[in-house]
Design a binder for this molecule. Structure first.
Ligand SMILES: *[C@@H]1O[C@H](CO)[C@@H](O)[C@H](O)[C@H]1NC(C)=O
Ligand SMILES: *[C@@H]1O[C@H](CO)[C@@H](O)[C@H](O)[C@H]1NC(C)=O
Ligand SMILES: *[C@@H]1O[C@H](CO)[C@@H](O)[C@H](O)[C@H]1NC(C)=O
Ligand SMILES: *[C@@H]1O[C@H](CO)[C@@H](O)[C@H](O)[C@H]1NC(C)=O
Ligand SMILES: *[C@@H]1O[C@H](CO)[C@@H](O)[C@H](O)[C@H]1NC(C)=O
Ligand SMILES: *[C@@H]1O[C@H](CO)[C@@H](O)[C@H](O)[C@H]1NC(C)=O
Ligand SMILES: *[C@@H]1O[C@H](CO)[C@@H](O)[C@H](O)[C@H]1NC(C)=O
Ligand SMILES: *[C@@H]1O[C@H](CO)[C@@H](O)[C@H](O)[C@H]1NC(C)=O
Ligand SMILES: *[C@@H]1O[C@H](CO)[C@@H](O)[C@H](O)[C@H]1NC(C)=O
Ligand SMILES: *[C@@H]1O[C@H](CO)[C@@H](O)[C@H](O)[C@H]1NC(C)=O
Length: 498
């Protein structure tokens, strides 16, 4: 009993266990038709993504993320790093414009100082720790250093001999940078940011790493990798890499710095020499990764310790250069349609469900009723939505209120416009949702219905004559539509609102 307790205490003193793990998503922007920040945020909300990492500190994106309930990691792009690492005041300026100016409306929780700097910008290595310190001291000056962590994402390729994990160590030629960096992370209560790509480890292993081991698929016990020094069993590459990082840090005597995985994922398409970049493998990897992280399994070395992870990435980035796989790491295309449906049953509320592909456009929570009414008027008028199901005695009449009626009209418009994300805006009072608002015999467009048959709600034929839903004027309520509304039984609402 006493020994048990001691072991528990020891375990607790190593890496803090108080954090709940989360799944976040990286938002790369190399798309030829990058969605507008408000559409990005609508997608994040619809998919219940509550943690994101940006590769910069784009002002429009930070504004769109304000008051969204989404926690945001911003990044100092590598191009800006040299200047910051050489000047405390440049660092302070960066923090002022990109963090202080947005916080707390935008819940910025960490700053990535560069990205894989040691691999991609080796000449910045010597100023990297200065940059971390300058950014941190600017946060201290603004009294934000407890809320906002400072770190720098490392490529797992700087960890050598990573199997068995207990023998892993950081490339020694980087120790001059890594030792003061770890000292900084420890003294500021921050975490090691690590990018882990079992896809590349698998590809480069020439068959040594089984695909199933990379994809978190169960292996027969006799094929599980066992670390002969620790006798720990490894059932997937991801855990082995995280433990390799813990061991590499311990080798430099840092034993209490937690790990956050800033990137991990799997491409869904690749060139002819990238045969394992498939939709099935990407779906399997990401679905299993999410379940694994959220289950708070931890790793064999630190069971139960959260290893929060940001999936790479939200969108397929079609303008990325390199092999075809480079353009195909995304969970969604630019329209917000899923590339594949994650299998997450049982893993709780993240990235919606197995039903992610059913999307609906509904009124935003707390939207101003007057704005909703104007949008409803527009949809049933110039928007050419067939609003007859909303008439008294028709299936969608009840509940007879502006929110319920707006939901139906917005969703019908959205589907008739091919679910394009800008068809679900209505001056900001509409949002995309993944839960089916159908009720009773009122079947919403996009609903599979309770019988599993696709709802047959055909929109009036759509050619380019339909005005843009963002183009109407909230304050104009032309008599023609007012009369239409009265006919449709909205007279009460019109009277209340005028
Ligand atoms: C930011 O998110 C953290 C973690 O959920 C929460 O504790 C904090 O209150 C949030 N801050 C703001 C300003 O919303
Ligand atoms: C850097 O600037 C901060 C204010 O942003 C200040 O508190 C700190 O002392 C400065 N550090 C150095 C090394 O000059
Ligand atoms: C270790 O890092 C140095 C400097 O970045 C690099 O030249 C060398 O190739 C790395 N060694 C290994 C084994 O990756
Ligand atoms: C780690 O600590 C041990 C024991 O205190 C010491 O012998 C060793 O030199 C230290 N290693 C490093 C890299 O500081
Ligand atoms: C989740 O954790 C429990 C207990 O920690 C374990 O039995 C189960 O296999 C885990 N599930 C997954 C999917 O990792
Ligand atoms: C989502 O649904 C559309 C039709 O509504 C279909 O064309 C598409 O293939 C589906 N996507 C996935 C990933 O199943
Ligand atoms: C997933 O689906 C279940 C059952 O359909 C539902 O109760 C749950 O709220 C859904 N979760 C999310 C995140 O949408
Ligand atoms: C489901 O089937 C029942 C009986 O066949 C039918 O009355 C009902 O309209 C159907 N509902 C949907 C949503 O298709
Ligand atoms: C859907 O509606 C159209 C037009 O109202 C009709 O021609 C078609 O048969 C319907 N399809 C189904 C499956 O009910
Ligand atoms: C819509 O446009 C397509 C292609 O331009 C055309 O083939 C179709 O006939 C048009 N439909 C209507 C109803 O105008």
């Amino acid at each position: 009993m006493a020994l048990h307790l001691l072991l528990l205490l020891l375990a607790a003193s190593v890496v803090a266990a108080d954090e709940e793990p989360f799944i976040g998503v990286n938002i790369g922007t190399d798309l030829s038709d990058m969605p507008h920040p408000t559409q990005v945020v609508a997608l994040l909300k619809a998919q219940q993504i509550r943690h994101v990492r940006l590769y910069d500190a784009d002002q429009a994106m930070l504004v769109a993320l304000a008051k969204s309930g989404i926690q945001v990691v911003v990044t100092i792009p590598n191009e800006e790093l040299l200047a910051i690492g050489q000047s405390n005041s440049t660092g302070a300026n960066w923090v002022f414009h990109n963090v202080v100016a947005h916080y707390p409306a935008t819940n910025i929780t960490a700053i990535c100082v560069g990205s894989e700097v040691l691999n991609t910008l080796p000449n910045a290595a010597k100023i990297l720790v200065n940059a971390l310190k300058y950014i941190h001291s600017a946060l201290v000056a603004s009294n934000l250093d407890r809320q906002i962590k400072v770190s720098t994402p490392l490529s797992s390729s700087i960890i050598l001999d990573s199997f068995p994990p207990s023998q892993a160590f950081f490339n020694r030629s980087l120790n001059q940078v890594l030792v003061p960096m770890l000292e900084f992370l420890q003294s500021t209560d921050s975490y090691l940011m690590l990018n882990i790509y079992p896809y590349y480890d698998y590809m480069q292993s020439n068959g040594v790493i089984p695909l199933d081991y990379a994809l978190f698929k169960p292996l027969p016990p006799n094929e599980e990798a066992v670390d002969s020094n620790t006798l720990l069993h490894y059932s997937n590459v991801f855990d082995a890499m995280v433990d390799a990082a813990y061991f590499a840090m311990a080798f430099l005597n840092y034993t209490n710095i937690p790990v956050v995985v800033t990137e991990s994922g799997w491409p869904s398409k690749g060139d002819s020499n990238e045969l394992d970049a498939t939709v099935d493998n990407a779906d399997t990897y990401n679905s299993n990764l999410i379940k694994h992280v959220l289950n708070k399994t931890g790793t064999p070395k630190h069971p139960g310790i959260a290893v929060s992870t940001y999936i790479y990435e939200l969108y397929n980035e079609d303008t990325k250069v390199g092999p075809l796989s480079e353009k195909n790491w995304g969970l969604f295309d630019a329209d917000g349609a899923p590339i594949y449906i994650l299998h997450l049953t049982g893993s709780g509320a993240v990235l919606a469900n197995d039903t992610t592909n059913q999307t609906y456009c509904i009124a935003k929570d707390g939207a101003d009723p007057k704005m909703l009414q104007a949008a409803l008027d527009w949809a049933c008028g110039p928007g050419k939505v067939d609003c007859s199901p909303l008439l008294q005695g028709e299936p969608c009449y009840e509940p007879d209120n502006v929110i319920a009626h707006a939901n139906f009209a917005f969703d019908t418009y959205f589907h008739k416009m091919g679910k394009s994300s800008d068809a679900c805006d209505f001056k900001g009072v509409a949002t995309i949702s993944t839960s089916d608002p159908s009720h009773g015999s009122c079947l919403f467009p996009g609903s599979l219905g309770k019988n599993g048959t696709l709802g047959n709600i055909t929109a009036p034929s759509m050619n380019s004559t339909i005005p843009d839903s963002s183009a109407y004027d909230v304050h104009s309520c032309e008599p023609r539509y007012r009369r239409l509304l009265m006919v449709m039984g909205f007279v009460m609402w019109v009277l209340v609102l005028l």
